[in-house]
Design a protein around this ligand. Structure first.
Ligand SMILES: Cc1cc2nc3c(=O)[nH]c(=O)nc-3n(C[C@H](O)[C@H](O)[C@H](O)COP(=O)(O)OP(=O)(O)OC[C@H]3O[C@@H](n4cnc5c(N)ncnc54)[C@H](O)[C@@H]3O)c2cc1C
Length: 412
C-alpha cells in the first residue's frame, strides 16, 4: 500500500487521460496514471490523424465543437510543430452533386471565420481544368474548393503528453490495468495489476478520472460495479492504406452519395490513407477489425473519384478503431455527437469521480482544461491553465506561419 494518497488517479493512457495527467501535474496536483496496454493502444492511434475543425459537423449544427476545434488547430501546431503540420484539403465540386456549391461556400466561409485563424491560409477555389490537383481524378470536376486543416502523428502526441507528465513528476504506469476502485474513508482505493508480471498493487487517491475511452462504461461496470452503465455509443471507423494514388502534399475530401465523406491523405511518403467508415459496434474494442463490407465501401467510394479504380488487392494495410461517442440517442452512427461530455459524480461526499465521454484528438487540450475545472471544483483549485502556451517535448521551435513552414519543407 502506498503511504500517501495521490490527488488524482487517471485510468487510461490515450490522448484524453495523458492530456489530463499532464495538465494536472503542471498545476501542482500529485497524479498517477494507469494504462492497461501501451500508450495510445486504444482509439488514439486509430484515428484519421487530423487536427481539424470538422467541416462536416457544421451540418449537424455542432458549432461549439467546431469553433473550439478550429481554434485548437493553431494552438496545437505551435505546441508541437514536430508532429503536427498544416495540410490543404481539395474538395472537388460537381454540379448536381450531393451538396450545392452555395452550401459548401457557406460552410467554408464559417470554417475560415469561426475559429480565429491567423497562420493557416484561407479557402481558395481551384480551376480543375488546369490545376494539378485534378490530375489523379476523373474528368468530372471543373471546380474544387481548397481549405486548411492539420495533420498529427496521433500516437506520438499521446506519448509526448505522458512523457511530459512524467517529467513533471506524475507516476505514469503503462501495462497496468485497473481492476477495481472503491470509496473508503473519503478516498479512492484502487487495485491495479501489472499485465506483464501479474503483480497487484493498491493505490489511494482523493479523486479518480475515468478516461478509458471505448472502455469507459466497461470500467464503470467492472471496476465500480455499476452494472447499468450505458453512456457511450461505440462506433467503428476503419481505414485502408494503398500504394500512393497521387503526388504532392495535399489531401482530398470526397463526398459520398450516402451523405458521408471520406478522406484520401498522403501517408508516409509512398502511400495514401483512405477513410473512414461509421458503424455501430458491439464487441470488445480490442477485437475491432475492418470488415469486408467496409473494405468494399472505401474502395467503391474512392473509385468514384480516382481515374484508376481502387481494388481490394491494392490494399497494403488496414486499421480500425472505436469512437467512444457520448450516447445522445441519434438514430445513425454518423449523426451521433462528436463533442465530449464530462460527468462529475460525488463531488460533495468525498472521493469524487470524473467520467470522460467522447472527445477528439483535436480537442484533447481543451477537454483537459475543462476536466481541470471540474477537478478544482471537487478537490480544490491548484494552479492556472498553462498548456496553451507550452510545448510538448521536442516541439520548442517557432512555427513562422504557413509560408515559412511551406518554404522549410519545399512544398507546393
Ligand atoms: C476512425 C476514427 C477516426 C478518428 N479521426 C479523428 C481525427 O482525424 N481527428 C480527431 O481529432 N479525432 C479523431 N478521432 C477521435 C479520437 O481518435 C478519439 O476521440 C480519441 O483518440 C479518444 O481518446 P481517449 O483517450 O478517450 O481513448 P483511447 O485512446 O481509447 O484511450 C483509452 C485508454 O484506456 C485504456 N484502458 C481501458 N480500460 C483500462 C483499465 N481498466 N485500466 C487501465 N487502462 C485502461 C485503454 O487501453 C486505452 O489506451 C477518430 C476516432 C476514430 C475511431
Amino acid at each position: 500500500m502506498e503511504k500517501t494518497a495521490h490527488d488524482l488517479f487517471v485510468i487510461g493512457g490515450g490522448i484524453n487521460g495523458s492530456g489530463i495527467a499532464r495538465d494536472a501535474v503542471g498545476r501542482g496536483y500529485s497524479v498517477a496514471l494507469a494504462e492497461m496496454n501501451d500508450f495510445a493502444s486504444g482509439t488514439s492511434s486509430g484515428a484519421t490523424k487530423l487536427i481539424h475543425g470538422g467541416l462536416r459537423y457544421l451540418e449537424h449544427y455542432e458549432f461549439r465543437l467546431v469553433r473550439e476545434s478550429l481554434m485548437e488547430r493553431e494552438v496545437l501546431w505551435a505546441m508541437a510543430p514536430h508532429i503536427i503540420w498544416p495540410m490543404r484539403f481539395v474538395l472537388p465540386y460537381q454540379k448536381g452533386g450531393i451538396r450545392p456549391a452555395w452550401l459548401i461556400r457557406l460552410g467554408l466561409f464559417l470554417y475560415d471565420h469561426l475559429g480565429g485563424r491567423k497562420l493557416l491560409p484561407p479557402t481558395a477555389v481551384l480551376d480543375m481544368r488546369r490545376d494539378a490537383a485534378a490530375k489523379p481524378l476523373k474528368a468530372l470536376f471543373t471546380k474544387a474548393f481548397e481549405y486548411s486543416d492539420g495533420w498529427v502523428d496521433d500516437a506520438r502526441m499521446v506519448v509526448l503528453n505522458a512523457r511530459d507528465a512524467a517529467d513533471k513528476g506524475a507516476l505514469i504506469m503503462p501495462r497496468t490495468k485497473v481492476v477495481s476502485a472503491r470509496r473508503e474513508n473519503g478516498l479512492w482505493t484502487i487495485e491495479t495489476v501489472d499485465t506483464l508480471s501479474g503483480r497487484s498493487q493498491t493505490h489511494q487517491a482523493r479523486m479518480l478520472v475515468n478516461a478509458a475511452g471505448p472502455w469507459v462504461d466497461h470500467v464503470i461496470r467492472s471496476a465500480f460495479g455499476q452494472n447499468e452503465a450505458r453512456h457511450v455509443r461505440l462506433v467503428q471507423g476503419s481505414h485502408i492504406v494503398v500504394k500512393k494514388k497521387f503526388d504532392g502534399p495535399k489531401a482530398y475530401f470526397f463526398q459520398n452519395p450516402d451523405n458521408r465523406i471520406i478522406f484520401a491523405i498522403p501517408y508516409e511518403d509512398d502511400f495514401t490513407l483512405i477513410g473512414t467508415t461509421d458503424r455501430d459496434y458491439t464487441g470488445d474494442p480490442k477485437d475491432v477489425r475492418i470488415s469486408q463490407e467496409e473494405t468494399d465501401y472505401l474502395c467503391k467510394a474512392a473509385s468514384e473519384y480516382f481515374k484508376e479504380p481502387l481494388k481490394p488487392s491494392d490494399i497494403v494495410w488496414t486499421y480500425s478503431a472505436i469512437r467512444p461517442l457520448f450516447n445522445d440517442g441519434a438514430s445513425k452512427a454518423q449523426e451521433a455527437t462528436r463533442d465530449y461530455v464530462l460527468k462529475l459524480d460525488g463531488a460533495g461526499g468525498g472521493a469524487p469521480l470524473l467520467n470522460v465521454f467522447g472527445g477528439k484528438l483535436t480537442t484533447y487540450r481543451r477537454l483537459a482544461e475543462h476536466a481541470l475545472e471540474k477537478i478544482g471544483e471537487a478537490i480544490g483549485v491548484k494552479g492556472n491553465p498553462w498548456t496553451a502556451n507550452s510545448h510538448l517535448p521536442g516541439g520548442d521551435f517557432p512555427v513562422h506561419g504557413f509560408e515559412g513552414w511551406r518554404r522549410l519543407n519545399r512544398l507546393f
